[in-house]
Design a protein around this ligand. Structure first.
Ligand code: GLN
Length: 547
């Protein structure tokens, strides 16, 4: 029977609760346990799909097509366990379900209330869709204890712990122990208050994780234990780490996994910790042999969370090659300025990546950087919108279709990219509708298979011709332009299994030029770098020897 670990945060946000949850999961895995992590978000949006990257960072897409919190990306990168729709819920989704039931009359006239209806729905979410052999379910509660909106979640956990018993549930509370420079002291009072707040809501945490910028002295640890009613060993200091991938080792050394297992009465019979995976990860990360610089020409520059998975996948690609990857964020819009010196900006780079995105802003700058990469033989990787831009560049500059564009940005003379309802014939649309209910015009979300041409560069990179990757886009490259683009040298080497949708383009006459309609970054892991990223960085290393 699965056991449940609830992770809450106090004092301030941005404490790295998600990384803590992911690291704890990785450590339990390293002891041979089967784990899963879930995120419960108190905000009222039904999912993060419609939230601005400025507010919420990247939308992480799962195999089953859920648009989820970027925390799930960390969970997957640290555990390798593919996340599912049933691993992320928001207050909005909980309320949506309850209101739909209320409208149908399912509550038989009862007054629908936060307790018990909302709290029951939260508990149902926690218990739903668990693998029968699961050992631990870790639930991270978004927000900070004491927030109005997280109250129903905290109350649901209180009830849940009473129902399942202390031997099957655990509360881990993460707090901040600030350093007051003027006094030269770490302060435990915020932690005491935060734990008091949680206790007043009926939850006594068994473990307190203290984020701090300076080592936590023994006497302060003892003080927190005394005031917060836990064992001293259950006060886990968590200093800032050199890299997020060093966090599991650090938590292990601080005793987190041992303390969790002790709390469950499991420590004596727990398998030993095998950290070889993480030792290898940190070895590759810190012991690099050379450096490359990749330019990411995008829209949300200076907003790293908007490209979280992409940034990590580039780092993983570096680890595969034992090189350090520096990322230069370039604002595509600046390339549109008449006086912009594009070569001066792009010449020092060893690879150019145009990532996914929505909307017209900066698109001409992205197309200009594709052209630069193509003409100068610089490794180029186009992802989703980046592949669409590469196709438009080829159409305009190689196929003589000056009016080439995408209907996403309005009417265009040559719709090289458009909705399938705009370019697919009636028979094709009918078949797709029958096959997968795909009506077009809606977002293509989640994992889809693609078939690669046997003799293509991408087939050699993947080491096979059948792949599955995750999508999040509305528009598609229009198959009617295949002939014109291929004549210019841009080959369609990956297609949907029915041959209808272009999934990958590449240039055989170029050192490394690949565009993909999907998001390979979502599946890359530090211990299993995505082959496309590993290969792209390998090409960048070769390029670095030339410039
Ligand atoms: N805006 C493009 C589309 O909807 C690309 C989306 C993306 O890059 N994720 O097709």
């Amino acid at each position: 029977m699965a056991r449940f670990i609830f992770i809450t945060g106090g004092v301030v946000s941005s404490l790295g609760k998600g990384l803590m949850a992911a690291s704890l999961a990785a450590l339990l895995q390293a002891r041979g346990y089967k784990v899963r992590i879930r995120k419960l978000d108190p905000y009222l949006n039904v999912d993060p799909g419609t939230m601005s990257p400025y507010q919420h960072g990247e939308v992480y897409v799962t195999d089953d097509g859920a648009e989820t919190d970027l925390g799930l990306g960390h969970y997957e990168r640290f555990t390798g366990v593919p996340a599912r729709q049933s691993d992320n819920v928001t207050s909005g989704r909980i309320y949506q379900g309850i209101i739909a039931k209320e409208r149908k009359g399912d509550y038989l006239g009862a007054t629908v209330q936060v307790v018990p209806h909302v709290t029951n729905a939260i508990k149902d979410f926690i218990r739903a869709d668990l693998d029968p052999d699961l050992d631990f379910l870790i639930c991270e509660i978004g927000g900070t204890v004491g927030d109005i909106e997280s109250l129903p979640f905290i109350e649901a956990i209180r009830q849940f712990r009473n129902e399942e018993g202390r031997e099957r549930t655990l509360s881990v509370h993460t707090t901040l122990v600030p350093y007051i420079a003027a006094a030269g002291e770490l302060k435990t009072k915020p932690t005491q208050h935060s734990v008091r707040e949680l206790t007043s809501l009926g939850i006594q945490p068994e473990i307190i994780v203290c984020r701090c910028e300076h080592p936590l002295p023994d006497n302060e640890r003892a003080k927190i234990a005394l005031f917060c009613n836990v064992r001293k060993e259950a006060v886990i200091p968590a200093l800032d780490a050199k890299s997020i991938y060093a966090v599991p080792q650090q938590y292990s050394e601080a005793g987190l996994d041992a303390e969790v297992l002790r709390a469950f009465g499991e420590l004596d019979r727990a398998p030993a910790l095998d950290m070889r995976r993480w030792d290898d990860v940190t070895d590759r990360l810190f012991n690099w042999e050379s450096e490359v610089t990749i330019g990411v020409v995008g829209k949300y520059v200076g907003l790293q969370d908007a490209y979280k998975s992409l940034t990590e996948a580039l780092v993983h690609g570096g680890m595969a090659n034992r090189v350090k990857v520096g990322i230069r964020w370039l604002d595509a819009e600046l390339f549109e300025h008449p006086e912009a010196d594009i070569p001066a900006q792009l010449e020092p780079l060893h690879g150019i990546l145009v990532p996914g995105g929505f909307g017209e802003r900066g698109s001409e700058g992205k197309i200009a950087s594709v052209q630069f990469a193509r003409e100068r033989g610089v490794p180029f990787f186009g992802i989703c919108l980046g592949m669409q831009m590469a196709c438009i560049e080829a159409a305009r500059n190689q196929a003589g279709l000056a009016g080439a564009g995408t209907t996403e940005f309005g009417e265009t003379a040559e719709p090289v990219v458009g909705l399938i309802t705009e370019w697919m014939d009636a028979e094709g649309l009918k078949q797709r509708r029958e096959a997968n209910g795909d009506l077009g015009g809606t977002m293509r979300l989640g994992a889809y298979e693609a078939v690669l041409a046997g003799n293509s560069h991408v087939a050699s990179i993947y080491g096979g011709t059948h792949i599955s990757e995750r999508h999040r886009h509305r528009y598609e490259v229009n198959i009617h332009y295949k002939g014109a683009l291929e004549e210019g040298g841009l080959l369609f080497t990956g297609m949907s299994p029915d041959g209808a949708l272009p999934e990958i383009v590449e240039r055989p006459d170029h050192p490394w030029f690949v565009g993909v309609q999907f998001h390979p970054e979502l599946k890359s892991k530090p211990f299993d770098p995505h082959p496309l990223f590993a290969s792209f960085i390998e090409a960048a290393v070769k390029q670095s020897r030339l410039v």
